[in-house]
Design a protein around this ligand. Structure first.
Ligand SMILES: *[C@@H]1O[C@H](CO)[C@@H](O)[C@H](O)[C@H]1NC(C)=O
Ligand SMILES: *[C@@H]1O[C@H](CO)[C@@H](O)[C@H](O)[C@H]1NC(C)=O
Length: 428
């Protein structure tokens, strides 16, 4: 996401842009019965269409979606992953051609989502939020991108290219803090000294997903290294809170942390832990100790997320840092709940012991998220504060995306199965 220098501008701009939509008498909340798949699909379809028709712009160089200045290219990547999830869970391929066009434009010469157009500011976490789309397409066997022989842009190849880039950058930065990937990967950027949760959790999750899918132990080893480092510098606490970041600025050597907690940070680690559990369950079921360890971690993240990011300790998902009286969530922050919905839903598929808890949390939140959306004769708008029981007047790309991912997260358990590259080897 935009670096700190841009951050100051960003807050100002998002204040100016926050538009209050007048609720006309014809507007009705989106109807949903969270226990009925057809109803959930219909609600997801309306929200997806609202997101797409309001923001899609092929001419936008911020990832084919209109985004406010300074630059929210990462949000477009997350938006495409949301629409990809929508297509996979519902079978409706409405956005495939536009998704492929956006990927073609943003994948870059290295087939790793580092396009030349973004090179002066792209950060590790920005790249990750595009990469999550490739990982998702790989896991569900989504149609391949068009390619010329030899094919170098399979979903797996793209995922490996990006993860290898993160591994190289980690090694280059290992001299401080005993490891850790920096937020920015260009030394000239102001965020270069920040080693944060969304970046390291994203690297962790990406390696864990590759480990589960390929069975290649190299990725599982990386996942362990990143997770252990995150615990050591206290980005991940013993009771599974995930704080925002730590720094190697002026010799700080990650000796203290920024304690802010955001829903997308814990979600990032939660889904990584779930994939590691699944990796062991599938590939190395004899390693009871590792299985128990990743099961406990996944359960810990789900329990802590439930206490921290759901109102009244478990009712409706909310972004506790910015959904308070007299506060507003910024352009980045309105989208964070989409990550928690997305990854808690997929975690429920991979780790049976958290399924009931995750489903309960997601269903009550999906009901509230749909209730925050207004449908005025087909024009859909979704709000930020689902705890209010209505549209609260704040709408932007992130509020649509969060509503979409949380509503459709209810569908993950009935989605097509998550694939693996090869059958687990005997005794591996
Ligand atoms: C920085 O932290 C790492 C890991 O905690 C430690 O191994 C290293 O000795 C520290 N370096 C300095 C200069 O304190
Ligand atoms: C496992 O992954 C690593 C890192 O991408 C790669 O170097 C290695 O060749 C892979 N091993 C196999 C058997 O594919």
């Amino acid at each position: 996401m935009p670096s700190t220098k841009a951050g100051a501008v960003r807050i100002l701009v998002s204040c100016l842009l926050a538009h209050i939509t007048i609720i006309t008498p014809l507007a009705a909340a989106i109807d949903i019965n969270v226990d009925d798949k057809t109803s959930v699909k219909a609600a997801a379809s309306k929200i997806a269409k609202g997101l797409f028709t309001t923001y899609h712009n092929v001419a936008s160089t911020a990832g084919d979606f209109n985004q406010p200045e300074p630059w929210f290219w990462w949000l477009s990547g997350s938006g495409w992953t949301g629409l990809l999830d929508y297509m996979i869970y519902t079978g409706d391929r409405a956005y495939k051609a536009d998704l492929f066009a956006a990927y073609k434009e943003n994948i870059g010469p290295g087939n790793d989502f580092a396009p030349l157009e973004q090179k002066n500011w792209e950060a590790n976490d920005d790249q990750m939020y595009w990469l999550y789309g490739a990982l998702t397409a790989m896991e569900y066997g989504f149609d391949a991108l068009p390619c010329e022989k030899p094919c170098t842009n399979s979903w797996l190849a793209i995922s490996i290219n990006a993860v290898n880039a993160f591994a190289r950058r980690w090694r280059a930065d290992e001299s401080t803090c005993g490891g850790g990937l920096k937020w920015q990967y260009r030394p000239s950027e102001p965020g270069y000294t920040y080693k944060n949760a969304v970046t390291n959790g994203g690297f962790f999750q990406s390696t864990a997903r590759l480990a589960r899918f390929t069975g290649n132990e190299t990725y599982a080893v990386w996942a362990d290294i990143i997770y252990d480092w995150s615990e050591r510098v206290r980005l991940v606490t013993p009771d599974y809170h995930v704080v925002d970041g730590t720094s190697d600025h002026e010799g700080q050597n990650c000796s203290s942390v920024n304690r802010d907690e955001w829903s997308y940070n814990i979600a990032t680690y939660m889904h990584g832990a779930a994939n590691m559990y699944a990796y062991y369950a599938l590939r190395r079921p004899g390693d009871k100790q590792a299985l128990a360890k990743w099961k406990a971690r996944t359960e810990g993240f789900v329990a802590t997320a439930g206490k921290t990011f759901f109102s009244q300790g478990g009712a409706v998902m909310y972004e506790q840092k910015c959904e308070r009286a007299n506060m507003a969530c910024s352009t980045d922050q309105t989208s964070f709940k989409s990550s928690l919905g997305r990854w808690m839903g997929k975690t429920a598929v991979l780790v049976p012991s958290v399924r009931a808890t995750a489903s309960r949390l997601l269903k009550s939140s999906a009901r509230a998220a749909a209730g925050s959306c207004q449908d005025s004769s087909g024009k859909v708008v979704c709000g930020q504060r689902w705890t209010t029981g209505m549209f609260d007047g704040q709408a932007d790309f992130g509020t649509y995306l969060s509503a979409l991912e949380v509503v459709q997260s209810v569908l993950t358990v009935d989605a097509p199965p998550l694939l693996v590259q090869a059958k687990p080897r005997q005794g591996a």
